[in-house]
Design a protein around this ligand. Structure first.
Ligand code: GDP
Length: 298
């Protein structure tokens, strides 16, 4: 991931390394190179503009401190600005004061929601929680079964529709799952919802109805990082149609450029909370903006 961006930024910093002090021309040249690097990484244009302006401003205003050479100073500024566009502080999951904590997953079909549900459940288990997976994706014929398989792999219970608990009606299933969690003392409920291939009104309405029925503590928008700037557009549609508290980026392992990762927090104003980087349930982690920035800078 970030292959080209990493190389391009490294080249920019290398050019500054030998300088005794930063001139206006050095800063302009570096800013141009950073702009090209970010655009090549498919970062959203508005984000690129803000980013480059902030780096330039800070580079100009920097007093040369004895400890850092000009190259190091620019690296520090770029690092800080990367952390900022990636969301700043790590945003941890908020748990309800009174269990169960309800987490709702929303996103397009194929984004990796069902897989993510299993990953999140496994991770929560390792953190000492007792999660319940809820199959509220009744659109795709195989979705319930897929969640059951994922639940089995994670060693987590799955609440699936059967006559009496709202078979065929995802809103009723989601609602019934809360009572089930209360009775059986699950402290986190993870509701997997239906996704379509493209954003559509019915999908949004169904997700909004589920949201209204279960009042989630966290709505997580799950998005495939490999779709690049389409991730940003899809996020905007979900923000309007359903609303969400945080983003989960999936398939980071297949995303060489990193445009979605670098754009989505800033464009949506919502933090990236988790990252998924493989098909195995263990390929999952809390998203740390500072660590991601360090990785980009190599
Ligand atoms: P859903 O339709 O949103 O529920 O998506 P699924 O969970 O069914 O995932 C769609 C496909 O993407 C499946 O083949 C998953 O194995 C795959 N997948 C999910 N997450 C990741 C990931 O982080 N990396 C990779 N490489 N594949 C993933």
């Amino acid at each position: 991931m970030f292959d080209t961006l990493q190389d391009r930024l490294a080249a920019t910093f290398k050019n500054l390394r030998g300088k005794g002090r930063l001139t206006e021309a050095d800063i302009d040249a570096a800013a141009r190179e950073i702009r090209v690097a970010l655009l090549e990484a498919d970062v959203n244009l508005a984000v690129v503009k803000d980013f480059v302006a902030a780096v330039k401003d800070r580079a100009r205003g920097t007093e040369l401190s004895g400890a850092l050479n000009p190259g190091q100073q620019v690296i520090k500024i770029v690092n800080d600005e990367l952390v900022t566009i990636l969301g700043g502080e790590t945003r941890l999951l908020r748990f309800a004061k009174r269990p169960p904590t309800v987490i709702m997953l929303a996103g397009l079909q194929g984004a990796g929601k069902t897989t993510l549900a299993g990953k999140l459940a496994l991770w929560l288990k390792s953190e000492g929680h007792s999660p319940l997976l809820v199959a509220a994706d009744l659109q795709r014929p195989n979705a319930v079964n897929q969640l059951q398989v994922v639940g089995q792999r994670a060693g987590v219970q799955v609440f699936a529709p059967e006559p009496g608990n709202g078979a065929g009606d995802p809103v009723a299933v989601a609602k019934a799952s809360i009572g089930e969690a209360e009775r059986r003392l699950f402290d986190v409920v993870i509701v997997d919802t239906a996704g379509r291939l493209g954003v559509d009104a019915d999908l949004m309405q169904q997700a909004a109805d589920i949201r209204d029925a279960v009042s989630p503590d966290e709505i997580l928008f799950v998005v495939d990082a490999m779709i690049g700037q389409d991730a940003v557009n899809t996020a905007k549609a979900f923000a309007e149609g359903v609303g969400f508290d945080g983003v989960v980026l999936t398939k980071l392992d297949g995303d060489a450029r990193g445009g979605a990762a670098l754009s989505i927090a800033r464009v949506t104003g919502s933090p990236i909370m988790f990252a998924s980087n493989g098909e195995q349930l263990k390929d999952f982690d809390v998203f740390h903006p500072d660590r991601m920035a360090s990785r980009i800078l190599g």
